[in-house]
Design a protein around this ligand. Structure first.
Ligand code: 3PG
Ligand code: MG
Length: 437
């Protein structure tokens, strides 16, 4: 690494409120790779996106707050550029010395990022001698900074990427049994494929949130005004059938908290899911469901949890999610493997101060779901790993040759074709953290 300029992609797409970072997990998770590179004598040019500015400059989505938080975490000043590209940025990159770093402004301010535009990727690639992708959270996106640059530079994955892949692969390949998945969050759509994949792996599936409502409808209940997806009822039925055929137990809520409105300070009460009132909204699981979950989890040795069980944003309706967080921590203490993904589930654990007890907290929302589904993530697929199935992908990197045999120009000899077309893999509604309301 000594003397190398490393172009590092991280996922600093953190939740912000009034310009302040609400949860810095993703920034913390990138620290080991950043430190390793700096300690190894590299200079590091960091790229990230934040939010969905759609190719325009949006002041509220500048990366400065992330740079400030990273500065606090690593105790090294992290300057940001005003633009991901441009003469000022070219200059700042040129002046970087070993052991120094800078953060490029939000790459999604350029339309070329999400289009995986080769010209944009080539400009970014000119800022490094090698590319390191440590953005697991964005590994399901085939964008210029996650995939495009790999056509121009020798490419590697970072420590976070490695850790995520290892934890999630272990879960799928050799889980200690019995193995339970707990799936909550707002919508079934976007989770159908992962639910189908999980049914083939788990012994127990526990449902919560809006996802559970759709399954309640699929098994003949009416859910009043609760959030559910009528278009997904058939898929839910198919998943229930699949579970039945394979002998997988599916735990649906037996009671719920229903509210007049999905707002703070509204009237609410606990009812059985057999008699959900027509003009109320189910906003959380009830106490009997929580007890049933606790009992069902007692013999479980491996837990995968993704998504809140209720409308977590409203504290009165975050009870089941918080109770589940406590159960998860008890299980982890007792030696179970507990892997948690999705912003709200992790937020619940953090609020209770028990996040560190988990075996693994995934920084990926959509990315972890797609990984668990068994899909190839483009941000991983572009990195050639010896012995991996990706080894044979047509990566157009040609080692530079320069008279004298020292450091050499950093671009591919041939004009590379985009390795993976962005449109094929980029569906935008995979967000695990969609609120229930
Ligand atoms: C995420 O939060 O899911 C990743 O950072 C990717 O962001 P995106 O969903 O806007 O592509
Ligand atoms: Mg997303």
């Amino acid at each position: 690494m000594q003397g190398q300029r490393v172009l590092l992609r991280v996922d600093f797409n953190v939740p912000l409120s009034d310009g302040k970072i609400v949860d810095d997990s993703r920034i913390r998770a990138a620290v080991p790779t950043i430190k390793a590179l700096l300690d190894g004598g590299a200079s590091v040019v960091i790229m990230s996106h934040l939010g969905r500015p759609d190719g325009r400059v949006v002041d509220g989505l500048r990366l400065r707050p992330a740079a400030e938080r990273l500065t606090q975490l690593i105790r090294v000043n992290v300057p940001t550029t005003g633009d991901a590209l441009g003469v000022g940025t070219d200059d700042a990159v040129r002046r970087l010395r070993p052991g120094e770093l800078l953060l490029l402004e939000n790459v999604r301010f350029h339309a070329g990022e999400e289009r995986n535009d080769p010209a944009f990727a080539e400009r970014l690639a000119s800022y490094g001698d090698v590319f390191v992708n440590d953005a697991f959270g964005a590994a399901h996106r085939a964008h210029a900074s996650t995939v495009g640059v790999a056509a121009y530079l020798p490419s590697y994955v970072g420590l976070l990427m490695e850790q995520e892949v290892e934890a999630l692969s272990n879960l799928l390949e050799k889980p200690a049994r019995p193995f339970a998945a707990i799936v909550g969050g707002g919508k079934v759509s976007g989770k159908v494929a992962v639910l189908e994949a999980l049914i083939k792996k788990v012994d127990l599936l526990i449902l919560g949130g809006g996802v559970a409502n759709t399954f309640l409808v699929a098994s003949g209940r009416s859910v009043g005004k609760s959030l559910y997806e009528s278009k997904m009822v058939d898929d839910a039925r198919r998943i229930l059938k699949l579970a039945q055929d394979r002998g997988v137990r599916v735990l649906r809520p037996v009671d719920g908290v229903v509210a007049k409105e999905v707002t703070r300070g509204t009237e609410f009460k606990v009812v059985s899911t057999d008699k959900l009132p027509a003009s109320w909204h189910m906003v959380d699981l009830g106490p009997a469901s929580i007890t049933a979950i606790r009992e069902a989890l007692a013999p479980i040795k491996t837990i995968l949890w993704n998504g809140p069980l209720g409308v977590f944003e409203i504290p009165s309706f975050a009870v089941a999610t918080r109770e589940l967080a406590k159960v998860a921590a008890e299980k982890a203490d007792a030696g179970a493997t507990v892997v948690v993904g999705g912003g709200d589930s992790i937020a619940a654990l953090r609020q209770l101060g028990i996040a560190e007890k988990m075996t693994h907290l995934s920084t990926g929302g959509g990315a972890s779901l797609e990984f668990l589904e068994g899909r190839d993530l483009p941000g991983l697929a572009v990195v050639p790993t010896a012995g991996s199935p990706y080894e044979t992908l047509p990566i157009v990197y040609v080692a530079p040759v320069k008279p004298g045999g020292k450091a050499a120009p950093k671009r591919a000899a041939a004009k590379p074709k985009p390795i993976i077309k962005p449109s094929a893999l980029d569906d935008e509604d995979d967000d695990e953290s969609d609120p229930l309301a």
